[in-house]
Design a binder for this molecule. Structure first.
Ligand code: NAP
Length: 169
């Protein structure tokens, strides 16, 4: 079975983005994201792709847009989430992988949550201003399978935790 996982960093108020970017800088989280997703297909909304600025290296990048004219040399472009998941699963199968990742942003997470088997959530302590938010998780559907707490990286920085949630079957 090829697992569908969402990976997100979110603050206590569920903020994940502000003005097209991330409301914090936590280098350990960027390293964690890279380590977890490396080698696997990654699915993202067109706005997240533009925010990153280019395809993520070492991973098949699948970008979802409604714009039929949108094309990029470094990414597979699809026009709905189902097509993105089909493409990602097909690539994982060919490459012998067992997991595909939905890497945001808010619009894509909201649509992909129902298809997800696992969530990798970096919980960031405190409230941050945001204009993009991670959806609420329906009660009784997710159980925490691991949690790793980290102190702030700097005096002003927030503490954070790497949490993995699995869908209850
Ligand atoms: N904290 C984190 O872990 C994290 C991760 C990723 C992103 N972010 C943040 O999230 C924010 C971006 O999120 P967002 O919600 O604004 O944008 P997004 O989800 O990245 O992209 C939205 C775009 O995806 C396309 N789209 C969405 N649903 C579609 C569908 N069903 N079929 C076809 N295309 C579809 C549309 O592209 P077109 O307009 O081209 O049609 C839409 O405008 C940024 O601030 C970013 O930094 C945070």
């Amino acid at each position: 079975m090829i697992r569908v996982s969402l990976i997100v960093a979110m603050a206590g108020n569920r903020a994940i983005g502000l003005d097209g970017g991330m409301p914090w800088h936590i280098s350990a989280d960027l390293k964690y994201f890279k380590r977890v997703t490396m080698g696997a297909p990654v699915i993202m909304g067109r706005k997240t792709y533009e925010a990153i600025g280019a395809a993520l290296p070492g991973r098949a990048n699948i970008v979802v847009t409604r714009n039929e004219a949108f094309e990029r040399a470094d990414a597979d472009v699809v026009h709905d989430l189902e097509a993105a998941l089909r493409k990602a699963r097909a690539i994982a199968e060919i490459e012998g992988g067992d997991e595909v990742f939905v890497i945001g942003g808010a619009e894509i997470y909201a649509q992909a949550l129902a298809a997800a088997d696992r969530l990798y959530v970096t919980e960031i302590d405190g409230t941050f201003p945001g204009d993009a938010f991670f959806p609420d998780l329906p009660a009784g559907q997710w159980r925490e399978v691991s949690r790793e707490d980290h102190p702030p990286e700097s005096e002003e920085g927030p503490a954070f935790s790497f949490v993995v949630l699995a869908r209850m079957r």
